[in-house]
Ligand binder design. Sequence first.
Ligand code: NAD
Length: 260
Amino acid sequence: MEFMPGKVALVTGAASGLGRGCAIKLAKKGVNVVIADVNVEAAEKVASEIKVLGGSAFVVEMDVTSEESVEAGIRRCVEVYGSIDILVSNAGIQIVHPIEEFPFEEWKKMMAIHADGAFLTSRAAYRYMKESGKGGKIIFMGSAHSHVGSKLKSPYCFAKHGLLGLCRVLAKEGAEYGIHTYVVCPGFVKTPLVEKQIPEQSEALGISEEEVIKNVMLKDTVDGIFTTVEDIANAVYYLTEDSGAMTGQSIVLSHGWHMN
Ligand code: NAD
């Protein structure tokens, strides 16, 4: 595998949607990228796309809910590329139900991916960043739902709010080692995760799919416009270049849905 003289990033959930967009953006900027995902077939396609663009990438099969899988994936990143300078902890799913109908098993599945996944990936990357003496950037994929609540999304909002706390703690613990941490908070972006939610919310709320988009998803934006994958990838790239001035903070890209 060709190694470029730039930094090294591992992006979880990079086989699709926002993770894919971030991985491609970083690769275009000369970053060596590890595509970490449970969906190896789709991950390989992203790695091929990056190679066609002249970048460097390889795939690790990683389930962010498994300590063993996360440790092995990050170890492999360091073995192959010699380092991990950037972690984008992005893998995620969505399950929606009203609270009184939320099955405990589904709540636990959400926690395993969003909360355990954030902990396991950031802890593993943090250890290497500290040990290397070079520090690094840990970027969590939060959401506008890190700041606001929405009907049907109790575990998602719980976990996405929790990322703000984890990020703040790691910013304090990591400062002396040059480790900087951030939460990127997108509004709705049309990725496979959101495409799936439209009919589900339509059914749960008893309204049409058009109404879900207009009156639920984009209702509180200032202009009724979806955030894009490019918006998020650009923000992630920007944070990889931050001096540390923004450490411990979140950045919201939601067309004014949440303003802070
Ligand atoms: P997506 O469904 O397009 O992609 C998610 C990726 O995560 C997939 O490739 C999937 O295989 C992978 N994944 C799922 N479970 C995994 C696991 N256990 N281990 C490793 N990989 C796993 O979704 P997306 O919209 O790109 O979402 C990515 C992140 O962005 C999520 O954390 C999501 O909550 C967040 N987010 C999305 C939106 C949006 O509107 N799309 C808005 C705010 C935040």
